[in-house]
Ligand binder design. Structure first.
Ligand code: NFS
Length: 628
């Protein structure tokens, strides 16, 4: 099928192109249309030089030395303004991941106490492992007791005021010592976010370097704190992901079934919706209304959570959400928090689709609100599923258009699943790296952004990396992009270089391993720490790198920053709003390496980004005395 030139420019994904043609014809506005309408965007904002932190502003400083005011009204320099704003982005991203982690910890604790009986301790092996890690006695104790103690300990991490976050102990000793020496060891999750908000208030911290150091500390509270707590406890409660098959893209929606899309981030809701959709009473009701069955599809990172654990297909990544609704085949799109476009209310309004919000934290004017309560989780999930099923009869067949585009994928690569696939330890992977079969590892993650062609940066970079024998660990919207082009099938190994291909073929795995949602980037940290510890080196000495080719959210800024603060070279495909602060830009893209062993690079061209990553990996290999 040939698509309009506009659709071809906007995305490389045929399902997206097809739906973009349709929405254009139908006059349904999408994220791309609003992005175009927003041009040209404010140059002060783009360079980070618009400060609205107090009511003497907004202060707009020209990035050029020769024009206009050089200081904010308070006297803040360009670098201070840029550093303050960047810190606030990090704090917001950390807050988002960590509030998710806190919700998981609270649900976990309620489950352990028997107050949220619909949630269970599914993975007792992981519970025992975490108990051992935290010095919790297990002898003669029932799992509920152990879980309660673990839940309390981890929930306590959010409000901890002193010391170090417990999971930082996973990092190599050298790394922990470095964080302590630099005074960037995260003390408590909430404390770091609050302190960042304090220090970026007018007239507090006015030294750009000191501000950035606090930004690093805050991000570490995300990666080694809030996010890691979210991942670990979700695994215990819902099961640690194991390798399984599924499918992605809009073609996973079904013409003859009730389609429910779960969208957002926290598995507490989506897991229950999946369970309720399998309830014989609900299935019978669907059949009564003429549907064959109930089909659940995910979107964004809650989609990744149920994809990894349940094999539930994903309808697409972030930027496809309006298009999923525009298929006219969705009875309900059910959301919790994060990455949910407010415009879904309008798009859903063009169809019979119910847009159901569930979190008291995330209401959307015009949506149907059915508030979720973990203590009555299954009952409410059934209520939501029922609302969707009853809506099936209002579907207008003439409005239904589901692109016949979907791709199979292999997912579920938790650290535990990788270790299992390797026969019980990471040693075979480390040996493959030593032998130069696998040159190194790159974590490619993050969002979509209408600033750049959808999925092009993600898939081109990843293809280039695997071609160069670099194993890719993937999460979030990158994972869905990779799955769409077949990189997450064992056959995807044909695109890999000789060495990586041989390893993948021997193990029957793809060259790109789906490690989960964005919160699950903590799995990448855990894996890197384990490899570094096995080799007796710091994370910054490993032949590894990270990239976020199409990032857009504040969460992505927090993730990129904790990667760098953990010693990982990180390539962004899009420029963050920092160029107005020359000293900050230099610190992040250059000086940081001498301090924390990691730094940022910004490279929109995925081929050049691959060159940067390859060069970095080669340099690290040389330093370790490994062949290049
Ligand atoms: Ni993470 Fe980006 Fe959102 Fe997931 Fe996708 S947009 S920061 S990848 S869904 S959180």
């Amino acid at each position: 099928m040939s698509h309009s030139p506009k659709s071809l420019v906007r995305s490389i994904d045929p399902a997206t192109q097809e739906m973009l043609d349709l929405t254009q014809k139908a006059g349904i506005e999408t994220i791309w249309d609003r992005f175009d309408a927003m041009q040209p965007q404010c140059g002060f904002g783009e360079t980070g030089l618009c400060c609205r932190n107090c009511n003497m502003g907004p202060c707009r400083i020209s990035p050029f030395d020769d024009a206009g005011p050089k200081l904010g009204v308070c006297g803040a320099t360009r670098d201070v303004i840029v550093a303050r704003f960047l810190d606030r982005m990090i704090a917001a991203g950390t807050a988002a991941h960590s509030d998710h982690g806190r919700d998981i910890a609270q649900t976990f604790l309620m489950a352990a106490k028997g107050e949220a009986t619909d949630y269970k301790i599914k993975d007792e092996v992981k519970l025992a492992a975490l108990a051992a890690e935290f010095g919790i006695a297990t002898e003669g104790r029932v799992k509920a007791e152990i879980a309660q103690e673990l839940g309390k300990k981890l929930l306590g991490q959010f409000g901890q005021q002193e010391g170090a976050l417990a999971f930082t102990r996973r990092a190599p000793l050298k790394r922990q010592q470095l964080w302590t020496t630099l005074k960037i060891m995260p003390r408590g999750v909430d404390r770091e976010v609050v302190e960042t908000m304090h220090r970026t208030h007018i007239g507090v911290d006015n030294d750009a370097v000191n501000l950035i150091l606090q930004g690093l500390r805050t991000s570490l509270a995300d990666g080694w704190g809030g996010s890691m707590i979210g991942t670990e406890l979700s695994d215990v409660m819902f099961g640690t992901p194991t390798i399984k098959r599924s499918a992605v893209n809009l073609g996973v929606l079904k013409t003859d079934e009730v389609n429910i899309i779960v969208h957002g981030h926290e598995p507490t809701l989506s897991e229950m919706i999946v369970a309720a959709s399998r309830d014989p009473e609900m299935v019978a009701l669907a059949q009564k209304f003429g549907a064959k069955d109930i089909n659940i599809a995910g979107l964004c990172c809650t989609g990744n959570e149920i994809l990894m654990r349940q094999g539930i297909p994903s309808a697409g990544n972030f930027i496809q959400q309006e298009l999923a609704v525009a298929t006219g085949a969705v009875e309900a799109i059910v959301v919790d928090v994060q990455c949910i476009l407010p415009s879904l209310v309008t798009v859903a309004g063009c169809f019979h689709t119910k847009f159901i919000t569930t979190s008291p934290k995330a209401k959307f004017t015009g949506a149907t609100h059915i508030e979720f309560d973990e203590k009555r989780a299954y009952e409410i999930a059934k209520q939501i599923v029922r609302a969707a099923v009853e809506n099936y009869r209002f579907r207008k067949p003439g409005q239904v258009h589901i692109p016949n585009v979907k791709t199979d994928c292999m997912v579920g690569f938790s650290v535990e699943a990788i270790v299992h696939a390797l026969g019980g330890s990471l040693t075979p992977l480390i040996d493959a790296i030593k032998k130069n079969q696998i040159r190194g590892i790159a974590a490619v993650v993050g969002c979509n952004n209408p600033r750049t062609q959808h999925d092009y940066g993600h898939t081109t970079l990843v293809k280039e990396l695997v071609k160069r024998d670099i194993l890719v660990l993937s999460t979030g919207c990158n994972a869905i992009a990779c799955a769409k082009v077949g990189l997450m099938l064992p056959e995807g190994a044909e695109l890999a270089g000789q060495g990586l291909r041989a390893v993948c073929q021997a193990l029957g795995i793809p060259p790109v391993l789906h490690m989960g949602s964005c919160v699950d980037n903590s799995r990448v940290l855990t894996a890197c720490a384990a490899i570094a510890n096995a080799l007796g080196v710091d994370i910054s000495e490993l032949p590894i790198a990270a990239a976020a080719p199409e990032w857009m959210s504040e969460k992505a800024v927090a993730i990129g920053t904790y990667a760098v603060a953990s010693g990982i070279f990180t390539v962004l495909g899009l420029m963050p709003p920092i160029l107005g602060g020359p000293a900050v830009t230099d610190l992040l893209t250059n000086g940081a390496e001498g301090v924390v062993g990691g730094k940022f690079a910004v490279e929109p061209d995925p081929f050049k980004a691959a060159d940067l990553i390859e060069a970095h990996i080669n340099a690290k290999r040389r330093d370790l005395g490994l062949a290049v």
